[in-house]
Design a protein around this ligand. Structure first.
Ligand code: HEC
Ligand code: HEC
Length: 272
């Protein structure tokens, strides 16, 4: 049997090299309080008995969107998106959707627990895609997630107009230009002159969450009918950067985010 020691276990979790951060929870012998957990060999890890049970059924995007708008004040962007879809499916189909612990999605608020990293709207939509497109094959899942990411980066948001606005009457839309909550909100504040804590900003994220859930429900509806339906693809600018820096050539850039948000060049690039 292959012995997995603490060092390899941490390396496989991507934690290796963070020993300073881990000091205080290492060093104890197994069995003592705070000792590292023992890892099951892969063959002993239980496989879900019926992977097909999380099967998506078509929903009315606008009705789900209205529910998301109402749920937002209870847990934020990611919670409202995942929660509104789960509650709508639970109403239609009962279990297992009724038991889905969507409360966990509160963690996504304000770019992951307030960190301003990945926007909870994008994170929530991608979590739903992950649940319903749950096979090992990554291609289609990534195509659907790409649709959401490209849409969020480049569309002026919010679009949704609630019948009864909760926190502010009018919200100026702006292009996020990034999946990062920090960048998206900062860009919105630049356009509007508002502070990040103002009611209009809170209303912007509330409405943009509705836009997100409408987008993902529509996408899942189309995908349910035609599993090859068209999705938004990377912009030609980003594709051009990745042709050189991506996995086929230089292999020194990870990811598909809009490169121009952070890298701009004066004159020609690459330099002659
Ligand atoms: C035709 C191939 C090619 C394309 C297209 C290309 N690059 Fe590069 N890039 C290079 C090469 C080669 C280097 C390293 C040599 C150099 O520094 O000029 C480089 C260097 C870089 C660097 C690090 C050095 C620096 O100048 O800051 C960044 C960042 C970068 N590219 C980003 C981009 C982005 C963003 C795009 C799309 C707008 C892009 N590249 C398009 C070939 C390319
Ligand atoms: C959110 C900001 C951000 C985005 C978006 C982004 N980058 Fe970067 N990138 C950085 C930072 C920060 C670094 C590290 C510091 C530096 O070299 O400028 C970096 C480094 C790089 C480097 C240098 C690697 C090296 O070995 O010197 C390349 C090349 C690069 N990025 C290409 C890209 C490409 C291509 C894209 C789009 C697919 C992209 N980046 C998107 C922030 C970003």
């Amino acid at each position: 049997m292959k012995i997995i020691n603490r060092r390899t276990a941490l390396a496989s979790l991507g934690l290796f090299g963070g020993s300073a951060l881990l000091s205080g929870c290492g060093g104890q012998a197994s069995g003592e309080p705070g000792a590292s957990p023992s890892f099951l060999p892969p063959s002993a890890v239980p496989v879900p008995d019926s992977p097909g049970k999380w099967t998506y059924r078509k929903l009315d995007p606008v009705a789900v969107g209205e529910l998301a708008y109402a749920m937002y004040s209870d847990g934020g962007c990611m919670y409202a998106i995942v929660g509104s879809v789960m509650r709508s499916l639970a109403e239609k189909l009962g279990e297992p959707f009724r038991s889905f612990p969507y409360e966990m999605m509160r963690y996504g608020n304000a770019g992951l627990g307030g960190w301003g990293s990945v926007c909870g709207i994008v994170n929530g939509c991608a979590a739903l895609i992950g649940l319903f497109q749950n096979g090992k094959e990554a291609k289609r899942r990534e195509e659907l997630i790409t649709d959401i990411c490209v849409w969020y980066e480049h569309t002026p948001l919010p679009v949704y107009q609630p019948v009864q606005p909760a926190w502010a009457e009018d919200v100026t839309p702006s292009v996020a230009d990034s999946l990062l909550c920090h960048v998206a909100v900062s860009n919105w504040c630049k356009v509007t002159g508002c502070e990040v804590t103002c009611d209009e900003r809170r209303e912007r994220c509330r409405r943009a969450s509705v836009d997100g859930v409408i987008r993902v429900v529509d996408l899942l509806n189309r995908n349910a009918v035609d599993p090859n339906c068209e999705c938004l693809n990377l912009t030609s600018e980003t594709q051009a950067c990745l042709e050189c820096h991506g996995p086929r050539e230089l292999r020194n850039s990870m990811g598909r985010m809009n490169c121009a948000t952070c890298h701009t060049f004066e004159g020609d690039h690459p330099a002659p």
